[in-house]
Design a protein around this ligand. Structure first.
Ligand SMILES: Cc1ncc(COP(=O)(O)O)c(C=O)c1O
Ligand SMILES: N[C@@H](CCOP(=O)(O)O)C(=O)O
Length: 475
């Protein structure tokens, strides 16, 4: 498989190079040159298979030719052996035709582990083969950072630097990053918000001499490897509810648009998905865009679902590329508008395509809390605030569909984090304290290491240059 940039001005790469690059050097995001498809028979044959086997069947077309088959299968087996549930991503019923897909059974209790555990193994393999070292730089609103650090800690070929917004992640999220004291791990508490962290990350990718000196790579969902691994659970869950024989809808708590874009990929690959519902918190740029056709960045308001406190959703660019028939010039125009004036408009035709597949709604802070409370009361099930945003939105959308007498597909809500990651919000909403699992119970007492840095490209780059082994190799 070859990979092309959404901005059309970067070299086509094979799988391993696209993974190591992270972001394309024209500022675009890599996508496969074509979407591989699975026939109905192939999808039906996934039923009853283990998560690891489904993962192999779904991902192999993207990897074939770049990594030997047996090695890729081993990486998958090892990655999902780190999960503490046999099903890896089990489904739990929370209402009539409503299911929650638990994606938080990995080492850091967030859905990010699903992709990160595999990506770290893929990167290690590629770097080993090339006798090379890389510096991974990431931006996090809380969960990506912890999952990336856990997956890359102690690895000989990589140093990892994670920027998180100082004071704006939950205490559990912060300790999951800052209590990892391996020499190759560096946590930067940035004086800014998540969009500032992600903005600096993109600026570093665009700064050629810095990028080359540190052999920069990225593991945010700008990296195709993240999306690819997240496609798998759309298949595993849909098949267990009767796909391809019946269509399934998904609601996805959305921030950077990576998780829901993986659903779009699953649909492109042939999975019968009725609707993909974007669920946002009060930072509702994506819901507004679906309503108005105008992507308009406003300030970020902190919420009880902090990992979704995002305005610039990096993976939306991948979707724009698709709904504009892969017209990279149109993408470049929209992204320049975004950079210059914080907004761009989407023309009627691509907007219509987008609305055929996606719906969107938001949950206020009060609605999120009320959902945590009512789901606990009705089903005895404790949601984290991000997943509660998803359940609230799913119910809102289904009520509208019911009023319009539309046929009802089973609805799967992606549950993206364990409630114990956000105890303050959960206990306030429900009165029930979500305890951390025993193996993490001392987390908040563990020693921390972090460096607070101003929101300054110069200062962050200087810190990374001083600590990255790839940079000192070149001196
Ligand atoms: C718990 C949680 N839910 C939802 C999201 C949103 O996912 P995405 O950024 O892929 O849209 C995130 C962060 O990305 C998260 O950490
Ligand atoms: N919510 C995310 C933000 C970064 O998203 P990513 O999927 O692009 O890595 C987080 O938890 O950091």
């Amino acid at each position: 498989m070859k990979y092309v940039s959404t901005r059309g001005n970067a070299p086509e790469l094979g799988f391993c190079d696209a993974i190591l690059a992270g972001l394309a050097n024209d500022g675009g995001l890599y996508v496969p040159k074509i979407w591989p498809t699975l026939s109905d028979e192939e999808i039906a044959a996934l039923s009853g298979k283990s998560y690891a086997d489904i993962a192999f069947a779904v991902m192999w077309p993207y990897v074939e030719g770049d990594i030997p088959k047996d090695i890729f299968q081993t990486m998958i087996n090892e990655a999902y052996a780190t999960f503490r549930h046999d099903a890896v991503a089990p489904l739990v019923q929370t209402g009539s035709n409503e299911f929650v897909l638990e994606l938080f059974h990995g080492p850091t209790l967030a859905f990010k582990d699903v992709a990160m555990q595999l990506l770290a193994r893929v990167m290690d393999f590629v770097l080993d083969q090339r006798g090379a070292r890389a510096t991974i730089i990431g931006a996090t609103s809380g969960d990506t950072g912890g999952a990336a650090i856990e997956a890359f800690r102690g690895r000989a070929n990589t140093d990892i630097f994670i920027m998180f917004p100082h004071g704006k992640v939950s205490p559990v999220q912060q300790r999951q990053m800052t209590s990892v004291l391996d020499d190759n791990v560096h946590c930067i508490a940035l004086e800014g918000n998540f969009d500032d962290c992600q903005g600096l990350l993109k600026d570093m990718f665009a700064h050629e001499s810095f990028r080359d000196t540190v052999a920069m790579s990225g593991v945010n969902s700008i990296n195709w490897g993240r999306i690819m691994a997240q496609v798998v659970y759309y298949f595993s869950s849909a098949v267990s509810l009767g796909a391809p024989g019946r269509a399934i809808s998904f609601t996805v708590p959305t921030g950077n648009f990576g998780d829901i874009f993986a659903g779009f990929v699953a649909k492109q690959m042939g999975l019968p998905i009725e609707k993909l519902v974007i669920a946002t918190n009060q930072n509702d740029i994506l819901a507004r865009t679906l309503e108005t056709g105008s992507y308009d960045v406003l300030g970020v308001t902190p919420s009880v679902s902090p990992s979704m406190d995002i305005q610039v959703s990096s993976n939306f660019e991948r979707l724009l590329f698709e709904v504009h028939d892969r017209d990279s010039e149109a993408v470049v125009r929209m992204m320049s508008g975004l950079k210059q004036s914080g907004c761009f408009s989407i023309a009627d035709k691509p907007m219509e395509r987008l609305r055929q597949v996606f719906a969107a709604e938001r949950a206020s802070e009060a609605e999120t809390a009320a959902t945590i409370k009512s789901v606990l009361a009705d089903s005895g099930y404790l949601l984290d605030p991000h997943s509660a945003v998803g359940v609230h939105v799913a119910r809102k959308i289904r009520a509208v569909e019911k009023d319009a007498e539309m046929p009802e597909a089973p609805m799967i809500v992606l549950s993206t984090a364990h409630p114990a990651k956000f105890p303050a919000a959960v206990v306030e909403a429900s009165g029930q304290y979500p305890a951390l699992p025993v193996w993490l119970s001392d987390l908040l007492e563990r020693d921390e290491r972090l460096t607070v840095i101003d929101n300054s490209l110069e200062k962050v780059e200087a810190f990374i240059l001083a600590h990255a082994r790839a940079a000192s190799d070149k001196k």
